[in-house]
Structure formats: structure tokens, C-alpha cells
Design a binder for this molecule. Structure first.
Ligand SMILES: [Zn+2]
Length: 242
């Protein structure tokens, strides 16, 4: 008999993921960052109120939670959750994501291909990837088509989306616009997104298929605006070049 001794952690909620009920299956979860170690954690199954209903925690909130490593899951980040979950703080988006970037940058992967290599070695099964600007969102089921913003990128990817937020936005768009919802949704969350934001994808491998990935979260920080000094410098540079 194994004695389950959990440890109390403070975790920053980065993304909430819905379940996938066909192979490869996935339980609903929260992807977060452990305050003490800085490591990414997958808290799964996460106890929502009711099946896949509104998760009781907000993205970018700090929660205090009891966790234990899930030894049946071969992915090193997966932990189960025990006891009460308490929200203790929130990381604001202000100042162009100044407070949020430090939680994304350490987990940036050069490409999906690089993350698959890490997953194959069971070193890491989650990471952020920056897509090239031409992303597209398709359904049903909800999927994202993209290439990585990297020379390592070998082909177009099409990954299932398990990001809870995107699924609830799709439902809201459908309720509001009826038959034309898909076109609207595609415009806003596909190509329209990378025009306006510096989009990043949080990708995760499945437990049942360690080299197959899904989109666990879509992140859209503001584009960094070139400041006046840099802009003048670039203009001069272009004049020189011509
Ligand atoms: Zn790629």
C-alpha cells in the first residue's frame, strides 16, 4: 500500500484544459507554474464543479493546493490534487505583460518539433511555442493549424484544442451569431489574432500518446511597440541599405 502524502504548493494557473473522451483520452486539468521550483505542472484530474463546467479558478490566479506526483502518468509534470483549493492572488496583464512574461519565457520551446524530442525522452511534455503568423482555426472538433516560427519547422501542424477558454468562447460565439458563427470565430481567433497580438501556444503531450500534442492554452500578449528611438534607428538603417 502506498501512503499518499501530498505537498502544499502555490501554483499560478496558466491554462485550463477540457477532457478528451476518445483516444488519446485526456482528463480535465489545469496547467500551472509551481512558485517554489518554477516548473510547469499539470494538475489532473482537476476537480471542476460538475463535468467540464466552469472551472472555479481563473487563469493567472495563484492558488494554494495540495498535490502529489501521479506515478501512473509517464509525463513528469502530472500531479493529482487533494483537499481544498484556495485562490491567493492574481497576476495582472498591465504594462504590456511585464508581470506575466517571466512565467512564459522560461518555458519557451524553439518549435513543436523540439518539444516532441523532449517528450520522446520524457524530459518535458509541455512548453510554449511561437507560431508563424498564418494560423488558422478549424472545427469540429476545434483544431489549430499553424507552423512554428522557426527554421526547424518541418511541416504544417494541425492540433486538437483542449483549451477550456477557447471552447467556451466558441460556444458563446455560436449562441450570439448562429450559422455564421464559425466564420466569425475563425476571423477573430485565427489569422486575426496574430495580426493584433504576439500569439503563443502552450502545447502538451497526451498521456496515452507521448509524442502527440494538443493545444492546452492560447496566449495573446500585446505586440511590443517599437519605441521612438529604435524606430528612428531602423529608418536610418533602411536608408543606408537603399
Ligand atoms: Zn513546427
Amino acid at each position: 500500500m502506498t501512503l499518499q502524502i501530498g505537498s502544499d504548493r502555490e501554483v499560478l494557473v496558466l491554462a485550463k484544459t477540457i477532457a478528451a473522451n476518445e483516444f488519446p483520452i485526456e482528463r480535465p486539468g489545469v496547467v500551472g507554474q509551481d512558485r517554489a521550483s518554477g516548473a510547469l505542472l499539470r494538475l489532473s484530474p482537476f476537480p471542476w464543479r460538475g463535468a467540464d463546467a466552469d472551472p472555479p479558478v481563473r487563469r493567472w490566479s495563484w492558488i494554494q493546493v495540495g498535490t502529489s506526483r501521479d506515478e501512473r502518468d509517464t509525463r513528469p509534470e502530472t500531479h493529482t490534487v487533494q483537499g481544498e483549493i484556495r485562490a491567493t492572488g492574481y497576476v495582472d496583464a498591465k504594462d504590456g505583460w511585464r508581470l506575466r512574461w517571466p512565467f512564459v519565457r522560461p518555458h519557451l520551446c524553439g518549435s513543436l518539433e523540439a518539444l516532441v524530442e523532449l517528450a520522446r525522452a520524457r524530459a518535458a511534455t509541455m512548453g510554449f511555442v511561437r507560431p508563424a503568423p498564418e494560423i488558422d482555426i478549424v472545427q469540429l472538433p476545434l483544431r489549430l493549424r499553424f507552423r512554428c516560427a522557426s527554421e526547424e519547422c518541418a511541416s504544417m501542424h494541425e492540433l486538437p484544442i483542449l483549451d477550456w477558454e477557447l471552447h467556451s468562447l466558441a460556444q458563446a460565439t455560436r449562441a450570439k451569431y448562429g450559422p455564421e458563427w464559425a466564420t466569425r470565430f475563425r476571423d477573430t481567433w485565427g489569422a486575426g489574432l496574430t495580426r493584433r497580438y504576439d500569439a503563443h501556444l502552450l502545447l502538451s503531450a497526451y498521456a496515452q500518446a507521448p509524442t502527440k500534442l494538443y493545444v492546452a492554452g492560447l496566449f495573446y500578449p500585446p505586440r511590443v511597440v517599437e519605441d521612438a528611438h529604435e524606430h528612428a534607428h531602423h529608418v536610418r538603417h533602411r536608408e543606408h541599405a537603399s
